[in-house]
Design a protein around this ligand. Structure first.
Ligand code: UT7
Length: 329
């Protein structure tokens, strides 16, 4: 009997309409379009505006679009995993809320927190439920309202992040396509360089934490940059070597979009050219869980069945990883 793999059978992204440009940021903090472009490659990012709107609203839009596009009825979905660091609430899980908003009634659902590697962690986890025939249809979401934890008084971080959601459908296949292999890693000693100081059980919210602006992303850019450059490039090269993939075998590298310089370093290490790399950081910035599905969604029309695709990410935790998949449609 041939092996059952999890294949991506649909992808849908959603970004809020409001665009925050570098020009606008120049009026908010001491920065410049030139600095942001040359250090990060970001020109603009989308921001979710409006009272009472959270990550689940963006994710639900992506999920509803995915169901429609793939001709799937909500009751067919068996599992929904939402990768996010900006859940609507600490509990219940945003995935539970998304199911309610998208009319998904028969699924179990949970969130996954692996920061910028969250989508990869969720994709690998979701694929196991397909491979073991536990579920027939799994939706994996990467969604973040990063603007809700971004300090717009801090030039070090506010230029980096944007809001977005993406949803991926996984279904079983016995063909030689789908998720072929993965390497996932983490090192919690990296937590000191990238985290949110307050709001969790270690330091619950208080007037003091609010006054100290501790409910926003805290990042020491340079150490994170050094780890990200090394780990993302290493793990992408490792999954290629492990599976005897040469650079010419790879149709696309899909890197987490945190910094154009990190993306370039990963592509160089893999020996792939610019035309083999999905890059849209210029228009969306770092949307954490959203970056990889947004890329796949934008490039969907260019992809062909059997294309070798390498996903690679690095994020807070630290977490990092790489997935080799063969496009299934
Ligand atoms: O997605 C999860 C993982 N996260 C990442 O992968 C992010 C990794 N880190 C980075 O991408 C980069 O470190 C940053 C983009 C965050 C920063 O770039 P950098 O080249 O590492 O800059 P830096 O932090 O070393 O700062 C250089 C200078 C400093 O000024 P001095 O000390 O040299 O006078 C900063 O104060 O640039 C200054 N600076 C800015 N200047 C203008 C920092 N942010 C800004 C800004 N505009 N927005």
């Amino acid at each position: 009997m041939s092996r059952i793999r999890a294949a991506i059978t649909g992808i849908q992204g959603w970004v809020p309409p409001y665009i925050l440009t570098n020009k606008e940021l120049e009026a908010m903090v001491d920065t410049s379009d030139e600095w942001i472009m040359s250090r990060t490659g970001i020109r603009e990012r989308h921001i979710l505006k409006g009272e009472g709107l959270g990550t689940s609203d963006m994710a639900a839009e992506a999920v509803k679009g995915l169901l429609e596009k793939t001709g799937t009825r909500p009751e067919e979905i068996g599992l929904v995993i939402c990768a996010t660091v900006t859940p609507d609430m600490i509990f219940p899980a945003t995935a539970n809320i998304v199911c309610d908003k998208a009319g998904i009634k028969n699924a179990f659902s949970f969130d996954m927190n692996a920061a910028c590697s969250g989508l990869l962690y969720a994709l690998v986890t979701g694929s196991k439920y397909i491979e073991t025939e536990t579920c027939k249809k799994v939706i994996v979401i990467g969604a973040d309202k990063m603007s809700s934890i971004t300090d717009y008084k801090s030039r070090e971080t506010c230029v980096l992040f944007g809001d977005a959601a993406g949803a991926i459908m996984l279904e079983p296949t016995t063909e030689e396509v789908g998720i072929m292999d993965s390497i996932m890693q983490s090192d919690g000693s990296g937590r000191f360089y990238l985290h949110m100081k307050a709001g969790g059980s270690l330091k619950p919210p208080s007037y003091e934490t609010i006054d100290a602006r501790e409910h926003f992303v805290y990042q020491e850019g340079q150490p994170v940059f050094k780890f990200a450059v090394t780990k993302m490039a290493d793990v992408a090269a490792e999954i290629m070597a492990k599976n005897n993939l040469k650079s010419e075998d790879v149709a696309y590298l899909v890197p987490h979009q945190a910094n154009l310089r990190i993306i370039d370093a990963t592509a160089r290490r893999m020996g792939v050219g610019k035309d083999q790399v999905m890059i849209n950081i210029e228009r969306y910035g770092n949307t954490t869980g959203g970056t990889i599905p947004l890329c796949l969604w934008e490039w969907e029309n260019k992809l062909k069945k059997g294309d070798n695709i390498i996903l690679a990410a690095f994020g807070g935790g630290f977490t990092w990883g790489s997935i080799w998949l063969k496009w299934a449609y």
